[in-house]
Design a binder for this molecule. Structure first.
Ligand code: PHE
Length: 354
């Protein structure tokens, strides 16, 4: 394969090398060229190696010419390499050009959900009355959701809460999605000593058909106060203060008898309608009153169940529907709007975002 190491052969090699170098238009092609001509297995190296085969008198000239060619090809190669590299950079800069004077793309900032905003507002109002905000599990045991609340298994009152059951409890504890925030009454009392004052906002779940006033997932806010000498008057005072903070200073509240197994006496409570000042309108369905939730004095059995002495301690508890508070305050008439994810609805509450 080795060409005879003669000066004319060198001329041919030079012509070939120069035209191949001209044709190499990118960095890959250039490196291939470098290997083919200047590399350890390249044509020029092969030529230099074969010098020994020449008659002694021809060797010096052939050697000089070959070295001169090597220097020439190296110089031409590095010039060409630099050109190709420069134009590769120029191409890339052109392709990735960025016009920094263009206006940026807007990143829309979300707003606080009206339910979350109401939870914050309620927590603030209750904090001023000395209530701590605490949170509890949404997946609950039947023990906390029912038993400790004076609703034993097989008691008909258990059916009042249409329960989503996670585990029926064959051979273990019954597990449910909590149907109300009331299980946190027992959980809180179990881990503290009076005085107890907490509010508990959170999601609750009910196996329920949806309509404009029913959702299978609802937000409640539980309230609990236990101490010596707590009376129904304290409950009234706290709820009246809540109604005034939320709906205006002239609001009045109403208690009516109601039954919940974990309170005695039990009531439902309502606030007079702020829209019509209690005279009757569309929002209060012409009753003058808006229902806020259930409440009552903590049942002695519940106190006993968590190890409190009902002779010494008394307490009140209440449960509010949080969506209802938003609906009353802003005149929303379909509870499904809160979870529907329609931004046109949600953005109307943007001003509540702190
Ligand atoms: N937990 C009750 C419900 O969801 C409401 C309630 C709470 C009633 C506290 C009385 C006391 O229906």
């Amino acid at each position: 394969m080795t060409a005879p190491a003669t000066v004319p052969a060198l001329d041919t090699l030079r012509a070939e090398a120069i035209s191949a170098l001209d044709a190499a238009s990118d960095l890959d092609a250039l490196l291939t060229w470098e290997r083919a001509y200047l590399g350890p297995k390249g044509a020029l190296t092969a030529f230099l190696r074969s010098l020994g085969n020449l008659p002694a008198d021809q060797r010096p000239e052939a050697g000089r010419s070959a070295n001169a060619l090597k220097i020439e090809l190296q110089a031409t190669f590095s010039g060409r390499h630099a050109d190709v590299e420069r134009s590769a950079i120029a191409d890339r800069l052109a392709a990735e050009a960025l016009d920094v004077t263009l206006p940026g793309r807007p990143h829309p900032i979300g707003t606080v959900h009206p339910i979350s905003a109401m939870i914050d507002e309620l927590s603030d109002i209750f904090a001023l009355m000395g209530f701590r905000t605490v949170y509890g599990p949404e997946v609950e045991t039947g023990h906390y959701n029912f038993d400790l609340l004076n609703i034993p298994a097989d008691h008909p009152a258990r059916d009042v809460w249409d329960t989503m059951i996670v585990d029926t409890g064959a051979g273990g504890p019954e597990i449910v999605l909590r149907t109300h925030t009331s299980p946190m009454q027992a959980r809180t009392m179990e881990t503290s000593t009076p005085p107890v004052r907490v509010v508990v906002p959170g999601r609750c779940y009910r196996y329920e058909a949806q309509d404009s006033s029913h959702e299978w997932m609802v937000h409640q806010l539980e309230g609990l106060a236990v101490d010596e000498r707590i009376t129904m008057a304290d409950l009234k005072g706290v709820l009246a203060e809540l109604a005034r903070q939320l709906f205006g200073p002239t609001r009045r509240i109403r208690f009516r008898c109601d039954f919940f197994p974990f309170v005695e006496p039990g009531v439902d409570f309502a606030v007079d309608c702020a829209i019509c000042d209690g005279t009757g309108c569309r929002v209060c369905k012409h009753t003058g009153w808006l229902e806020m939730g259930g409440a009552g004095m903590v049942h002695p059995d519940v106190l006993r169940g968590v190890g409190y002495d009902p002779e010494r301690y008394t307490g009140f508890a209440f449960g509010l529907g949080i969506a209802r508070m938003v609906m009353m305050k802003y005149g929303v008439d379909d509870v499904r709007a809160f979870a529907a994810g329609d931004l046109r609805f949600l953005r109307q509450f943007a001003s509540l975002t702190a």
